[in-house]
Design a protein around this ligand. Sequence first.
Ligand code: HEC
Ligand code: HEC
Length: 460
Amino acid sequence: MNVSSIRFCLILLLAVCAGEFKLRCAGAEEPVAGDPDIGYRLLTEKAYLPPYFDQETFDYVWRVWPKELRAEAEAATAEQRRQMAFSRYGLTVRPNDPEKRPLQYVVDGRGQWTLNCFACHGGQVEGRVIPGLPNSRYAMATFTDDIRKAKVKLGKPLVSTDYSSLVIPLGTSNGTTNAVAFGVALMAQRDADLNLNKQITFPKMIHHDMDAPPWWHFKSKDYLYLDGFAPKGTRGLMQFMLVPKNGPNKFRQWESDFQHIYAYLESLEPPKYEGSINDKLAARGKLAFENHCASCHGSYGETPDYPEETIPIEEIGTDRARHDALTAVHHKHYGESWFNYYSRDKQTRNGPGGYVAPPLDGVWASAPYLHNGSVPTLWHMLYPDQRPRIWQRSETGYDHTKMGLEIESFKQLPAEARRFSEKRTFFDTTQFGKSATGHNYPDKLTEAEKQAVLEYLKTL
Ligand code: HEC
Ligand code: HEC
């Protein structure tokens, strides 16, 4: 190589570097337009947490099931057994996936399984799998208990997730999780730049289970979460990866991935109800809805409008554990951190004092209702004094009359429900954080208006 070609190469190299530099600068200033398809692929195929268990453990897990179920699994084929495991833990196959991989876990080429966002945010209604629909069947605690037992029997090493369920309750009814407390615990030990500081002791924790909200509401909101404390932004979506193994640099590296994930969330549309709708009745329901519900829940149709109203906790009267669990101290700590761009653009709303009325599009699909998942159908939302005290859903049944989960209700927890794995198939509204009280607004409707509003809700 002669001097002039070396010079040429150097100039070329400089030009490429400058180009790259310009791109990076542009990226830092204006948000890069994310691609929803890439977002979905990242969510289902890239592991952001340490792997949790392997295929061998999953294939073995039926051996730790209760006796009767184990006997049934023993007599079944491997494929049937896999279906039984999916059903026990609330897993579904990804839509249009010839390999039939689970939506809720990333499974890599070496057969390592890693939890992803769809564990809580991807479910099914009447057997139709909908990414972004809350997973009302996810049995996080039972799955974790079973996997731990299977690993012990197989002599496999335990990882931190295996212990987490011994330290912090994961969820006491299937379909709901103690997700907010996970966030509080994990965030408490990080400084504003997300460096881990294990010296800090955990704050006082109020454990309570929540039903995840549908992701198709994301695009209508400016602030996220039930109390609307967090300004919407790319970085805020990354909180869920706050396990001790993920250091501050990982979050910075992954920020561009989450621009695609953000775009994916923005792209989601509510699923349409495919059952029959009485149009005349629904039109009457629309009028009643506009008079009694729209001021909080917004209007739908040609010119949609969503007010994003926060209703004081004393007024709404639904379960207050969530309100008490996330304090102004947490809001502020989060607000001043990297997740909220150090409050550069928008402050968090510290101690907002209530719950935000959610949009109701696609509401037919997202049973059970209220933030803690305590109300099984829309009909029970409209008849507050008829809400069941203890209920158990059928596996995938949908009640097209009451609009929501097909359930059986109980006065007391049946004596047979002795094991935790069985207890978690019931929803017991007498337990802490699980009350189905409040939101009595429908009491203002006449009987005929209630029927009409129920019909109207099918159209949203
Ligand atoms: C263990 C269950 C669980 C997992 C896993 C999970 N979430 Fe959530 N998510 C929840 C719950 C519960 C809420 C409601 C919290 C609240 O409002 O206080 C929520 C709320 C949200 C919201 C706010 C929605 C709204 O309308 O206000 C977004 C956005 C979100 N999650 C995104 C994600 C992303 C992205 C991931 C993966 C990186 C993820 N979640 C993983 C349970 C989970
Ligand atoms: C004053 C404000 C307000 C009014 C009026 C109001 N709601 Fe609500 N609604 C809320 C709030 C806040 C929540 C969330 C409560 C919670 O999850 O604890 C909610 C929750 C709901 C939910 C459950 C949504 C879900 O996904 O869990 C439904 C359904 C609902 N409302 C229907 C109605 C109907 C129908 C009316 C009119 C008869 C109405 N609401 C009137 C504030 C209101």
